[in-house]
Design a protein around this ligand. Structure first.
Ligand code: SF4
Length: 369
């Protein structure tokens, strides 16, 4: 496993308790720098040449979050919502996926931001639970949940806080990753087993991982990691997202499904999502400019009226989803805990896909349980 390279540790001088940042810097033998966000942006833009992305990916900026950590997953207009909450304790990622929406964000924030006041994130969960029975939440929306866990110990922090505050029964905490960084996770989970913990692995065909998910773990490494975590008692979720719905890749996706579910203990898999590649028009130019060899823009895509995102034709989507449902269903006695990410209601109806109760608690057709 190749770990992401971190070259700079920068601390916001306005932060009072920066012990965590200082100890990470010392562990990496990096001399910490003290700069405000504005100064750091200017410094990186001025000194990093044309592709400041590479510098940005190797820089950690430690500061305080003055806004909210907890957010409802924004989803997209006109798609079926799975009632997921995201916790943005870190924004930015050392990996460099060609389809990542953070490529836009990085223009104005050329570093990975780590918020030091993360206790507030758990305060927000606690507050939310005063009004709601349960929350399904994860840290992987604007970051990879585990890629830097050996440094940031996000798993240890969140699992211990949730347990110590007596929230274990009410929280399903998902760590979503494209890494194989699991040692610290296992160690911390062993100490806080009461928390319902889900390790989510985003998987794709090897060609896609090599071509589009720069710096991430290989698909084999991810599956191996999932297997190891599952043996520890950690629940697993698998995300086939984004799927490149091109005819020439169809068989490779079927092989991937066999590889994943032929290797893992399916009784430990709590949910599986699938989502065809979709993107905004503005991402198209970024992909063309930064990743001319990308496979993402092959195949016909059309904008949707409701959310302005480009998607594959409904016929292609239907063909792939149907095949996924059938193939994955074979490993789950015909009842896979499967749902679609950011798909339209008509596609759910066409596929007669039941909503899974755990994921869609307010859904009307929760047939599985
Ligand atoms: S792993 Fe996720 S957050 Fe990181 S670059 Fe890839 S898509 Fe973006």
């Amino acid at each position: 496993m190749v770990r992401p390279e971190i070259k700079r540790i920068v601390i916001d001088p306005g932060v009072k308790d920066a012990n965590m940042a200082l100890s990470i810097a010392s562990g990496l033998s990096i001399a910490p720098e003290f700069m405000s966000k504005e100064e750091l942006i200017e410094d990186i833009r001025g000194n990093s040449g044309k592709d400041f992305f590479k510098t940005a990916k190797k820089t950690l900026f430690f500061t305080k979050n003055k806004g909210n950590f907890l957010k409802k997953c924004p989803g997209s207009r006109g798609v079926v919502c799975c009632d997921y909450y995201t916790l943005n304790s870190v924004t930015g990622c050392p990996y460099d996926c060609s389809y990542c929406i953070l490529q836009h964000y990085i223009e104005n924030n050329p570093f990975t931001t780590v918020f030091l006041n993360r206790e507030k994130a758990v305060d927000e969960i606690e507050k939310f639970l005063k009004k709601s029975r349960k929350i399904r939440v994860g840290t992987g929306e604007l970051a990879d949940s585990l890629a830097l866990d050996h440094l940031l110990d996000e798993t240890g922090f969140f699992l211990s806080e949730i347990e110590n505050r007596g929230l274990s029964e009410k929280v399903q905490f998902e760590f979503k990753t494209k890494s194989a960084e699991i040692n610290n996770f296992i160690e911390k989970y062993r100490r806080h087993r009461s928390v319902e913990t889900i390790a989510a692995f985003s998987v794709n065909i090897p060609l896609f991982q090599q071509n589009e998910e720069h710096g991430s773990a290989t698909v084999e490494e991810r599956i191996r990691s999932a297997k190891q975590l599952s043996k520890e008692g950690i629940k697993i979720s698998i995300h086939f997202d984004p799927v490149l719905m091109l005819d020439e890749l169809f068989e490779s996706y079927m092989e991937l499904i066999d590889q994943v579910f032929g290797t893992l203990d399916c009784s430990k898999i709590v949910w599986i999502s699938m989502g065809g590649f979709r993107h905004t028009l503005s991402l198209t130019s970024t992909i063309r400019e930064r990743w001319p060899e990308s496979l993402l823009l092959k195949g016909e895509m059309f904008p949707s009226k409701s959310d302005n995102k480009l998607r594959y034709l409904a016929t292609s989507r239907r063909k792939f989803y149907k095949a996924f449902i059938g193939r994955i269903g074979g490993y789950f006695n015909g009842k896979p805990p499967l749902y679609m990410c950011m798909e339209k209601p008509f596609m759910w109806a066409d596929l007669k896909l039941p909503l899974i109760k755990e994921v869609f608690p307010k859904g009307k057709n929760c047939l599985l349980k």
